[in-house]
Ligand binder design. Structure first.
Ligand SMILES: [Ca+2]
Ligand SMILES: [Ca+2]
Length: 320
């Protein structure tokens, strides 16, 4: 049904375009431009290009079709025997090709396997990719009740690869008032998508080496949107699929907006944020069959800034 509505609204937009096409570009909000390939407003870097209309030159003179269905400029007209085309236009061996980050990148019946290639669901069944975070903190009445998760990062020392939460599988916040506010589109931290990708609350202070000592956390981004999602207190939970497999030796970093001085938080700016109590699990399936329990992280710190442990909760995974 959702798809049908989407198709209908896309048709309606296309229809509109016959009379108002010239105005489309002007309708984009500040900082965005009209993308004629996707017919949406995008930030300039994300503007899709299609070499069939834009052409190719220089070191990449050939316009080639790539596996994701788009066309891109490449240095080679055809791939040699044994090599396949990657989405960026390069010819690579099938082992090098990274064709998925999350399972929804793959066709039905397939899932993203241990090498980040699409494999049969049966083959992917033993690969840990899912992280669940349970909120064990006491719910409060603020607009961001309970634990506040900015991001989940994974670092795999063997491959040297870093990944993040790539897809929200489940989000069930606690606290009736908070749920009601989310349902009524109130301005609260109830958007689970804010857990995805690299940290933005801790942008600039988080690296693979950890958090810098003068940890600051950005409460709202430049669009005045929350940089994190709140779980609402004890009973709240969120499950995500990671863009890298979780193996023994992986380091999972949960970034909770705590142990830091709030930035861009209105009257609360420069106040210290507490670290909240959390419990972590990992699983091989999004439904959570065979959850493995990870560590519990305790609430820490007080309002004077004493004993303020950082909001970085690291777990080096073992025993899978
Ligand atoms: Ca909170
Ligand atoms: Ca975030």
């Amino acid at each position: 049904m959702k798809k049908l509505i989407w198709t209908l609204s896309a048709l309606a937009l296309t229809g509109l375009c016959f009379v108002a096409c010239e105005d489309d570009e002007e309708e984009c909000e500040a900082g965005k431009v009209w993308d004629t390939v996707t017919n949406t407003c995008v930030v300039p870097q994300q503007q899709a290009t299609d070499c069939r209309t834009d052409g190719c030159s220089g070191a990449k003179p050939y316009c080639v079709e790539v596996p994701n269905g788009s066309w891109t400029c490449s240095g080679t007209e055809k791939c040699d025997d044994g090599l396949i085309r990657d989405n960026d236009g390069r010819c690579v061996s099938s082992v090098q090709r990274l064709d998925c980050e999350i399972s929804t990148d793959c066709e039905d019946g397939q899932a993203c396997g241990a090498e980040n290639t699409c494999v049969s669901a049966a083959e992917a069944a033993g690969v840990y990719r899912y992280v669940r975070i349970d909120d064990l903190s006491s719910a409060d009445r603020s607009k961001d009740p309970g634990a506040d998760i900015d991001a989940v990062a994974i670092f795999n020392p063997t491959s040297g690869k870093t990944g993040y939460a790539g897809r929200v599988v489940d989000y069930k916040p606690n606290a009736d008032k908070f749920i009601e506010q989310i349902e009524n589109n109130k301005n609260v931290a109830g958007n689970p998508q804010k857990i995805l990708k690299a940290p933005d609350a801790f942008a600039g202070s988080y690296t693979n080496a950890g958090l810098s000592n003068d940890s600051k956390c950005i409460y709202r981004d430049s669009n005045e949107e929350f940089t994190f999602v709140s779980l609402g207190g004890e009973g709240g939970t969120i499950t995500v699929e990671m863009t890298q497999p979780i193996v023994n030796g992986s380091r999972l970093d949960i970034l909770e907006v705590g142990g830091c001085k709030l930035q861009n938080a209105g009257n609360d700016s420069d106040k210290n944020a507490f670290r909240e109590t959390l419990q972590i699990y990992v699983s091989v399936t999004e439904k959570g069959e065979s959850w493995k329990q990870g560590p519990k992280f305790e609430r820490s710190g007080n309002k004077d800034g004493a004993n303020l442990d950082k909001g970085l909760l690291s777990w080096t995974v073992e025993g899978l």
